[in-house]
Design a binder for this molecule. Structure first.
Ligand SMILES: [Zn+2]
Ligand SMILES: [Zn+2]
Length: 102
C-alpha cells in the first residue's frame, strides 16, 4: 500500500492520503476539512479522554506498535459498520466518517 504522507495535526499519526479522519485519535484531517465532513461525535472531549488513556496505557509500546503497523499494512482491514470503509487493521476510528471502530 502506498500513500503520500499526511500527518494528523493532533497526534502526528501518519494517515493515508484519502483519510478524512485520523485513524488514531479521530481528529479531522486537512482532507476532511476540505471535503467539509463533519464530526460524528463530540471529539474535543473524547479526544482528551482517548489521548490520556493512550498516553498512559500504550506509551511504552507505542513505537513498537507503530513499527509493526508499517510492516503489516496488508493485514486484515477493519470495515466500518457505519459507512463500509475499509480501514487499516488497527484503526481506532474510521478514516472516512470518523466513527469509532469497535
Ligand atoms: Zn490523530
Ligand atoms: Zn465509516
Amino acid at each position: 500500500m502506498r500513500w503520500h504522507a499526511v500527518f494528523c495535526s493532533h497526534c502526528r499519526e501518519e494517515l493515508p492520503e484519502t483519510a478524512y479522519f485520523c485513524l488514531k485519535c479521530g481528529v479531522r484531517s486537512s482532507k476532511g476539512e476540505e471535503a467539509g465532513v463533519s464530526y460524528p461525535w463530540n471529539w474535543e472531549k473524547e479526544v482528551e479522554k482517548t489521548l490520556s488513556t493512550v498516553a498512559e496505557g500504550v506509551k511504552g509500546a507505542f513505537n513498537t506498535v507503530k513499527e509493526g503497523v508499517r510492516k503489516s499494512t496488508n493485514r486484515e482491514a477493519v470495515v466500518c459498520s457505519t459507512c463500509g470503509e475499509k480501514n487499516l487493521y488497527d484503526s481506532k476510528f474510521c478514516n472516512k466518517c470518523g466513527k469509532e471502530l469497535t
